[in-house]
Design a protein around this ligand. Structure first.
Ligand code: ZN
Length: 440
């Protein structure tokens, strides 16, 4: 059935970056059929009409670095830097996951993401049970690009996560075969980070992903101590090491990139790699502040992500947008990271990082209908003046999202999730989190 979104302020993110006031958008099947003038006339008789007066219709937000497997560990890993955070909290928690707890973790994360207007993510799983994450996304009608984490190196890994190189690669290959291109799912190969991977794995995983036409996703240059450990092992900085193994390129998303050398910044640019900026995570783990305005000035692709719940502690794209907009101003000036640019990173930037820019990331006829409606008539968003992007990035909150569509399916309707049972998800997440914590 046709759905006609009526009288919205449409932030198109189209090539002209048009913002249409009092405009209609026609959704037919899974796609955007028409935008603005003529959309109403093309709607079939009996089309469902969704009144959007006072609301902004934006492309569904895309977060290009998330760990759904960690949502269950929210609020259980505060006050630590990256390597201690991983060794003392996150890896033991991940090692304790079974299918039931991982399912609870993924559903909790997906429900929060949809409610906050995020319609697609690039996810990094844990080492095991990865099918569960894809199944949770499929059940929710959520656009997931993801994959298992590879972890076959390092004396500090818990036994429950440590993998044999060949088995790790073959499991990922099988997962890719099952999920890549199935419905809304895409596979992304995810060596966790240089320190948790053997040389052989790093070399082979890049070749494997390219042979299978899947994306690559890893962490890079997040923390200074991590960087020193990489230099100790390879005699070179982190991103340069990744490049040697083939882990840079337009099909690669690198989370963080907080501490790049000048040579590495040039590598990011020359290879067309995607940097995923995770400002809340970088602040909370005291990692540092990535030089994002420098990256953008050099033409480097940038996307946003919340990272995992235990280093954030939420999965709220509005918080990431606001932090990304604010964080760089003291160093680069008040004009740095204008709201319209930040909104672009959270939509088109994410779509590019997932390799889906031809399908999602903007509101244009022919694209997939991944959309979010944001109420701009709340106290804290009134008045919006003449800067809709400013209102969205600097004032709006995830709780202002009233409706969300993914592939034309209305997965949030008048603030109610339609594909997920919110009450049950919250109750199950509580009990599963306690159960897993008790096993440690
Ligand atoms: Zn991460």
């Amino acid at each position: 059935m046709d759905q006609l979104i009526v009288d919205a302020t449409v932030v198109t993110l189209d090539p002209a970056r048009r913002i249409l006031h009092g405009a209609d958008v026609l959704v037919r099947g899974g796609r955007i059929e028409a935008v603005g003038g003529g959309a109403a006339a093309q709607a079939a008789a009996g089309a469902e009409r969704i009144r959007a007066s006072g609301k902004a219709l934006i492309p569904g937000l895309v977060q290009a670095h998330v760990h759904l497997c960690q949502t269950l560990f929210r609020n259980r890993a505060d006050g630590l830097e990256l390597l201690d955070w991983l060794r003392q909290r996150i890896w033991p928690f991940e090692a304790a996951h079974d299918e039931r707890s991982l399912d609870a973790s993924a559903r909790l994360g997906i429900a929060e993401l949809i409610r906050g207007g995020t319609t697609a993510i690039l996810d990094m799983g844990t080492a095991r049970h990865t099918d569960v994450i894809f199944e949770a996304a499929e059940g929710a009608g959520f656009r997931l690009t993801g994959g298992k984490a590879h972890m076959d190196h390092g004396a500090d890994l818990p036994a429950g996560l440590r993998e044999a190189t060949e088995a790790s690669l073959r499991e990922a290959e099988a997962l890719c075969g099952r999920w890549h291109g199935k419905g809304l799912a895409r596979y992304a190969f995810a060596p966790r980070f240089v320190l948790s991977c053997s040389d052989g794995l790093l070399r082979e995983v890049a070749q494997l992903a390219r042979r299978l036409g899947a994306r690559l996703h890893t962490h890079a240059s997040e923390n200074a101590a991590e960087g020193e450990a990489v230099r100790e092992r390879f005699g070179a900085p982190n991103i340069e090491v990744l490049h040697r193994f083939g882990l840079t390129g337009s099909d690669v998303a690198l989370a963080h990139c907080v501490w790049p050398t000048e040579g590495e910044v040039e590598l990011l640019r020359a290879t067309g790699s995607h940097v995923v900026h995770c400002p809340a995570s970088n602040l909370k783990l005291a990692s540092g502040i990535a030089p994002i305005p420098d990256f953008l000035a050099r033409g480097i692709h940038v996307a946003l992500g919340a990272d995992g719940a235990p280093c954030n502690n939420d999965l709220d794209a509005f918080v990431e947008m606001r932090l990304a907009a604010l964080l760089h101003k003291p160093r680069f000036g008040p004009g740095a990271m204008p709201a319209a640019q930040v909104l672009e990173l959270a939509t088109l930037g994410g779509a590019r990082a997932l390799g889906l820019e031809a399908e999602i990331g903007s509101i244009e006829p022919g694209k997939r209908a991944d959309l979010a409606l944001v109420d701009l008539q709340r106290l804290h968003t009134t008045p919006i003046g003449d800067d809709v992007c400013g209102a969205i990035v600097h004032a709006a909150r995830s709780s202002d999202v009233t409706d969300v569509w993914i592939e034309g399916r209305r997965v949030l309707r008048d603030r109610a999730l339609t594909t997920l049972d919110e009450e049950r998800i919250v109750a199950t997440a509580r009990s599963e989190s306690d159960r897993i914590a008790q096993t440690l």
